[in-house]
Design a protein around this ligand. Structure first.
Ligand SMILES: Nc1ncnc2c1ncn2[C@@H]1O[C@H](COP(=O)(O)OP(=O)(O)OP(=O)(O)O)[C@@H](O)[C@H]1O
Length: 293
């Protein structure tokens, strides 16, 4: 399967509860190139899992545009979105067990995922898929999930997501509650996929996953607030011009601070606090041309 690119423009998702609405995504703009790997970071409740659900076609956006490969998810029917998951997109939900059938062996779990997708023949044999996550040996492939160690169970959940050779893998917290060795094995699987041409997006709180993916995207208050590329951190200007200041700068410029925004001849921008407001030290932001690609 060829790697799948992702484009989000102004994506909004609202959970409609009785009596009130929760706006979980409030205008996400994001591009993930085919074959790239991205870690989605951010505080609890910021919207990471919701974004993953939208990209997986599980949650239809209320507004905005979402393109996953050739699929326009804002317009796709529920059946079209399900078909996309069967063919192009593998999803591993948070908590390995949610992705596995407890009464089937590891190999049968992978085969079942292939059969559900309608791939009775023509796909990779389950043992090959299990080999991608280091579980091809019969000692593991013939075991039911409850006989596997937590890290192996998590890798089996990834194998189930990979059963139909998707061009995009979406994984939610695949290293949570694992010890270091098990976490490193999961990270190695994710990094290997990215290297092998599968686009990978991982929701995580784990900085080690962020480092392994190379690019981090921080979701704050339902939109992309910051990005890390090649170890450099960048704030992301929203489509309305809004900017999430880095936490360190928030200490200097608390909410309500008055700032003058002064473009500089060198392409940078000076944020100058109002005289009464603070600390005379002003923050110097990099110019638009200085962000690493
Ligand atoms: N099923 C739901 N019904 C109502 N509100 C929800 C639902 N799921 C999430 N939310 C709300 O949507 C917002 C975003 O939640 P989401 O789970 O996407 O955040 P998150 O960044 O993944 O958090 P965490 O890191 O804790 O998993 C939060 O305010 C959350 O309370």
């Amino acid at each position: 399967m060829a790697p799948v690119a992702v484009t989000c423009r102004g994506v909004v998702y609202i959970y409609r509860l009785e009596g009130y609405d929760v706006v979980a995504l409030s205008g996400v703009d994001l591009d993930i190139a085919a074959g790239a790997a991205v870690a989605l970071l951010g505080p609890s409740g910021s919207g990471k899992s919701t974004l993953l659900g939208v990209l997986a076609g599980l949650l239809p956006p209320a507004a905005g545009r979402v393109a996953v490969g050739g699929h326009d998810l804002a317009k796709a029917s529920m059946a079209q979105r399900a078909r996309m998951r069967a063919t192009d997109v593998g999803v591993s939900l948070q908590g390995a067990d949610r992705n596995l059938l407890p009464y089937l062996t590891a190999e049968q779990n992978v085969r079942f995922a292939q059969q559900v997708a309608g791939r009775r023949r023509g796909g990779s044999p389950p043992r090959e898929v299990l080999a991608q996550v280091g579980l091809a040996d019969r000692r593991w492939s013939s075991q039911r999930p409850d006989r596997l160690a937590p890290g192996q169970r998590q890798r089996l959940a990834l194998a189930v997501a990979l059963a139909n050779q998707p061009g995009l893998l979406l994984a939610d917290e695949p290293t949570s509650q694992l010890d270091r060795a098990a976490r490193d094995e999961v990270i190695a699987v994710l990094a290997g996929l990215a290297g092998a041409g599968c686009t990978v997006a991982v929701v995580t709180h784990d900085p080690a996953v962020g480092a392994a993916m190379g690019r981090t995207v921080t979701i704050r208050d339902g939109r992309v607030g910051a990005e890390g590329r090649l170890g450099e951190e960048y704030a992301v200007v929203g489509r309305d011009g809004a900017l999430h200041l880095p936490t360190a700068a928030m200490a200097q410029l608390p909410p309500g601070s008055l700032l003058q925004v002064v473009p500089q001849p060198d392409g940078g921008v000076l944020l100058r606090p109002a005289a009464s407001d603070v600390d005379p030290a002003a923050a110097q932001l990099p110019g638009p041309g200085s962000a690493a690609a």
